[in-house]
Write a protein that binds this ligand. Structure first.
Ligand code: ACO
Length: 324
């Protein structure tokens, strides 16, 4: 008998304020047309003043629990993937834990920037397979609007705020790729690429939160190459190929990266969940947001084979193969 970490519930939350591309035309030298054609982004949500990452995460968590028909007391653990926690410490995960009224179990953050949710899923899977937890809420939550330099047109138009949550539960499987649940994961980092994508502040350097800096075209080049590689590696580990995939749920950074990766995997765009037009790049929140929206739209159904892939600062990148 094999234990599998199976998706039991999913939910998301987006802040109320919708920011269309046109708002940036007044702030920096850009156009709606440039942003749409180079990125696919049409709008994004920004958190209200005082609305924090753990607020967004807790709302997504509550919806995932409702979707699963469970309460906070049924959870063993919470993992929050974020690079924009409310405070340097404690973790956003413990703040979500308090906000949803969970006093048992454990909670911690994972920081792998845009790849954070994939890294968190792989860690949650390992905790479930090793018997340390039976039910884990894996959340991606971000308020990237707080670390944007609104005078830099090359970055400020790309990002948004939001949160998504996936509830994983231990279930018996047969050990084959027909099982529901996480089937394989592939994780990678190469810290020598630090300068391509980083935040120019932090507690042990400037003592401030800093602003996001990115060499976009370099990140783009790595993304197209590395995302297809890691997705193939994860599929290989599961004994599957691109032809078995029902849905790619990619990190939503740029429509051109999403379609180039799908093309390299020989998966048509009709089988890719795309939300970047409405959310922008919400970093670690983008994949669980897309999973939740994909389920709401009736795209993702029980039994579908999903590949999820992401790359972010570090660089760090990875993929998870799961049967929904
Ligand atoms: N409006 C108008 N012009 C702009 C804008 C803008 N908002 N931003 C950049 N430009 C200009 C540049 O200044 C440049 O002008 P120049 O030729 O006169 O110097 C020109 O457009 C082309 O710039 P590039 O950077 O080469 O444009 P590119 O086609 O690569 O698109 C983009 C830029 C959208 C950032 C793209 O490179 C990209 O998506 N990169 C990957 C981002 C990503 O995937 N990040 C994921 C991880 S994020 C994380 O981990 C936090």
């Amino acid at each position: 008998m094999t234990i599998r970490a199976v998706v039991r519930g999913v939910g998301h939350y987006l802040p109320e304020r919708v920011v269309p591309n046109s708002e940036f035309e007044a702030r920096v030298d850009t156009t709606d047309e440039w942003i749409r054609s180079r990125t696919g982004i049409e709008r994004r949500h920004f958190a209200a003043e005082g609305e924090t990452t753990s607020d967004l995460g807790a709302k997504a968590a509550t919806r995932a629990l409702a979707d699963a028909g469970l309460t906070a007391g049924d959870l063993d653990a919470i993992i929050v993937a974020t690079s924009t926690p409310d405070l340097t410490f404690p973790s956003a995960a413990t703040m979500v834990q308090a906000k949803i009224g969970m006093t048992n179990g454990f909670a911690f953050d994972v920081q792998a920037v845009c790849a954070g949710f994939v890294f968190a899923l792989a860690n949650a899977n390992a905790l479930i397979l090793s018997g340390q937890a039976k039910r884990i809420l894996v959340i991606g939550a971000e308020t990237f609007s707080r670390i944007l330099d609104f005078s830099d047109r090359t970055t400020c138009v790309l990002f948004g705020d939001g949160a998504g949550a996936v509830l994983l539960e231990a279930a018996d499987g047969t050990g084959t790729s027909d099982d529901r649940g996480i089937l394989a994961a592939d994780l990678n980092s190469d810290g020598s690429y630090r300068d391509l994508l980083y935040v120019d502040g932090g507690p042990s350097t400037t003592g401030t939160a800093g602003h996001l800096r990115m060499q976009g075209n370099q990140v783009f080049r790595h993304a197209v190459e590395k995302l297809a590689q890691t997705a193939h590696a994860a599929l290989d580990k599961a004994g599957l190929t691109g032809g078995d995939v029902d849905w790619i749920v990619p990190h939503q950074a740029n429509l051109r990266i999403i379609s180039a990766t799908a093309n390299r995997m020989q998966v048509p765009m009709e089988r890719v969940v795309v939300t970047v037009q409405d959310h922008g790049n919400t970093s670690a929140a983008s994949i669980p947001l897309a999973m939740s929206v994909g389920k709401e739209r009736g795209q993702i159904k029980t039994g579908d084979l999903i590949v999820t892939e992401a790359i972010g600062g570090g660089l760090s990148w990875g993929a998870v193969v799961l049967r929904w």
